[in-house]
Ligand binder design. Structure first.
Ligand SMILES: [Zn+2]
Length: 358
C-alpha cells in the first residue's frame, strides 16, 4: 500500500527536532526569568586546541568549568563554552560568576549572561516553530512530503447517491497504461526530494547562524551538526522512495468494514489540552496473496460507503487508491493517482489530470 511508515517516521523526527529547537531557545529564557540565582566559582578555563576555522584569526574556543552549591547543600559541577581571543586568563579559583538554575533540577543551569534572549535563540525558536507547524498541519505537509493522500480533507463531501446507475463500467480499466501515471509517480518523488532538500537547507542555515551568534557553540561544529541532520532528511526521503519502488500491483477482495468511535488528545501546550472525539472508518482488503490492507479515514465516510464487502479491487504500484472492478453502480470515482474524488461521468481527474480508470 502507501509507504506510510517512512512518512510518519520523518514527521515524528522533524517534529522532535523542532521541539528540541524550541525547548533549547525557550529553556534559556525561562531559566533567566524564573531560575534561582546564585554565584558559581570558576574552577578551570581550558582552551581547546587549535585556532577556530573561521575568517577571523586568533579566535579560540574556551571551556569554562564552574561549580556552585544550592541552599540545600547539593554541589553542582558544570561547564560551558566561550569563544575568545588568544589572550586567556587562567582560573584562580576565586572568580565568581552569576548562574541560574532550576531549584528542582540544578543540573539544568546556565551562566546568567547566556540566559538573555539572543539572536541565536530567537532564530532557533523561529526554526523550531516552523518545523513543528510545517510537519503537523493536517493536510498540505503530508501531501507534500509523501504525496500520500490527506484522508481527512482530501475528499469532497459528495456521497454516492442511490439510484441512477451508469452501467457498463465493469472490469479493470486498460487506461492504467496511460503515460500520465508514470509522469505522476515521477513528479511525486521529485517533490518529495525537493521538499526534504529545502528542509535540509533550512536546518543547515539555522545551525550555521546559531554557531555564528551563540556563545555556546562555535561554527565548524554547529555547521557539521546541521549537515548531519540535513543529511538525515535526505536519507529518509531516499528510504521513502525505496519503499515506494518496492510496492507491487495486487488484486484483492474487500473482506471487512468497521466503524470505531475514538478519542485523541489535542495539546495546546502548558498542560492545556482537550479530548476530541472522532470516528474512524476502516475498510479491510485481503489480497489474493493473503495479505490484509486497511484503508482508514477519520470523520470521512466516503470510502467506507464506496467499497462493499465482496468487491474486487486492484492496487496499482506507486499510486494512491484502489480501483474497483465493478463501478457500474457508482456515481463517483477516486482518481487512482492523487485519490481525489471525481464524478463518474468525467474522463480525467480535475486535480492531477490523470485519466480516471473506468
Ligand atoms: Zn488525480
Amino acid at each position: 500500500m502507501i509507504p506510510g511508515i517512512g512518512c510518519k517516521l520523518m514527521r515524528i523526527f522533524i517534529t522532535l527536532l523542532g521541539a528540541a529547537f524550541m525547548l533549547q531557545a525557550v529553556g534559556s529564557v525561562v531559566l533567566g526569568l524564573s531560575g534561582e540565582r546564585t554565584l558559581a566559582v570558576i574552577t578551570a578555563i581550558r582552551r581547546e586546541l587549535g585556532e577556530r576555522g573561521e575568517s577571523v584569526p586568533n579566535r579560540y574556543t574556551y571551556i569554562i568549568s564552574y561549580t556552585f552549591t544550592t541552599p540545600d547543600g547539593q554541589v553542582v559541577d558544570a561547564s560551558t563554552r566561550r569563544i575568545g581571543s588568544s589572550v586567556y586568563v587562567k582560573a584562580t579559583g576565586q572568580q565568581q560568576v552569576p548562574v541560574r538554575y532550576f531549584q528542582q533540577l540544578p543540573v539544568f543551569n546556565q551562566l546568567e549572561q547566556d540566559t538573555r534572549l539572543s539572536w541565536g535563540s530567537a532564530i532557533l525558536l523561529a526554526a523550531g516553530v516552523f518545523l513543528v507547524v510545517a510537519m503537523n498541519r493536517p493536510c498540505g505537509s503530508e501531501k507534500f512530503a509523501s504525496a500520500k493522500v490527506c484522508r481527512k480533507h482530501g475528499t469532497a463531501p459528495a456521497m454516492p447517491q442511490p439510484g441512477k446507475p451508469t452501467g457498463g463500467l465493469i472490469g479493470f480499466s486498460p487506461k492504467i497504461n496511460d503515460p500520465a501515471f508514470v509522469r505522476y509517480v515521477n513528479d511525486t518523488s521529485r517533490w518529495a526530494f525537493l521538499f526534504s532538500f529545502i528542509l535540509a537547507v533550512i536546518v543547515i542555515a539555522v545551525f550555521y547562524i546559531y554557531g555564528e551568534t551563540s556563545r555556546e557553540m562555535s561554527n565548524p561544529e554547529a555547521l557539521y551538526i546541521g549537515f548531519g541532520i540535513g543529511g538525515m532528511f535526505i536519507a529518509i526521503a531516499a528510504l521513502q522512495e525505496t519503499g515506494r519502488q518496492r510496492t507491487k500491483n495486487w488484486d484483492g477482495v474487500v473482506v471487512n468494514k468497521k466503524i470505531e468511535q475514538k478519542q485523541r488528545k489535542r495539546d495546546y501546550g502548558n498542560n492545556d489540552y482537550v479530548w476530541e472525539a472522532y470516528t474512524l472508518y476502516a475498510v479491510a482488503i485481503r489480497s489474493d496473496a493473503g495479505e490484509t490492507y486497511t484503508i482508514s479515514a477519520e470523520d470521512d465516510v466516503t470510502r467506507y460507503q464506496y467499497y462493499q464487502i465482496g468487491d474486487r479491487v486492484r492496487y496499482h504500484k506507486g499510486l494512491n487508491s484502489h480501483e474497483k472492478y465493478d463501478k457500474s453502480k457508482d456515481n463517483i470515482i477516486f482518481c487512482n493517482a492523487c485519490a481525489s474524488l471525481n464524478d463518474i461521468q468525467d474522463d480525467v481527474c480535475f486535480r492531477c489530470k490523470c485519466p480516471l480508470l473506468k
